[in-house]
Design a protein around this ligand. Sequence first.
Ligand SMILES: Nc1nc2c(ncn2[C@@H]2O[C@H](COP(=O)(O)OP(=O)(O)OP(=O)(O)O)[C@@H](O)[C@H]2O)c(=O)[nH]1
Ligand SMILES: [Mg+2]
Length: 333
Amino acid sequence: MNLAKQLLSGNRLALTRLLTQVENDTSEGRAALTELFPHTGAAHLIGVTGAPGTGKSSLVNQLALHFRKQEERQVAIVAVDPSSPFTGGAVLGDRVRMRDLAGDPGVFIRSMASRGSLGGLAQTTAGLVQVFDAAGFEIILIETVGAGQAEVEIARLAQTTLVIEAPGLGDDIQAIKAGILEIADILVVNKADRPGVENTLKALRSALELAHPVQHVFQHHGVLETVEAPEVPTYNSWIPPIQKTVATECTGISELADEIARHAEHLRESGDWAARERSRLGSELDAMLQDMLVTRFRDQVSQSRYEAVLDQVFQRELAPWEAVKMLLNGRSQ
Ligand SMILES: Nc1nc2c(ncn2[C@@H]2O[C@H](COP(=O)(O)OP(=O)(O)OP(=O)(O)O)[C@@H](O)[C@H]2O)c(=O)[nH]1
Ligand SMILES: [Mg+2]
């Protein structure tokens, strides 16, 4: 029996081995992903991102415990270790902190060292997630650090993305960079036991106001109850809620889990679940097509011919558009 079949029959050793194959992008790994693909699509993927040290791993740990104990769901955790040298020790730290979950066969934790290109990282993460999904894990938590391009790409994988903030990262949340609110479905202010929580909340609320119609946010967060109903239809809009937590004391965790469930329900009711899935698969296909076409093209055009054409462009004898046309037409020569 091949690894994919073993995995589908519930073999945990096959799971570990397959994850390694996929991480190393071996041909066996690719073949297995192809075989497993029809068995994917059932899991709820939850991305967890935020600045270093905001408590992402602690939160992921608590959420996993919650989903295990309160909802008896199978939980997988993919911790994508950042390429950042500052948090180099995080994986080990994470493992230690994850010990609450050790020995529970309903939880599987995989830390992934990031190596290679950013695009490769997103692709590898997607592969690991597919393996977990096919293996029957209902909840897949994906932890990434920061809000760079790689995190945004990885967040696109998830149906629900949590952005974690914590007080004391700077006077007024220098951590809220452009783009991070765009990927947030739920904002979490962790370390709510620390001084400065109110400032963090305030900064987040005003950032949200900029991103969404003012009345919505005020109404949603109950700051102003008497604001007139907005003209904009609300049935399809989601305002990211802000949830306070203390991961080290398990405060706010079940409320956070409720918000996650509410978001999943919203996605399903509004049709966004399917729309996101389709658009994500579309970008995956596009990326693969581009890869394949470039590889195929490179296989067919010799380096010397390519250099010769580039020379002509450099000498201004050929415009780039003409050059591309020539190279493409020359493929069959
Ligand atoms: N006071 C307080 N400390 C917390 C809380 N949550 C996490 N911490 C502590 O903050 C530190 C960092 O927590 P992690 O969970 O490793 O944070 P992280 O965001 O995963 O860190 P990186 O993966 O390195 O970016 C640890 O010492 C935690 O014990 C909290 O709610 N309150
Ligand atoms: Mg961490």
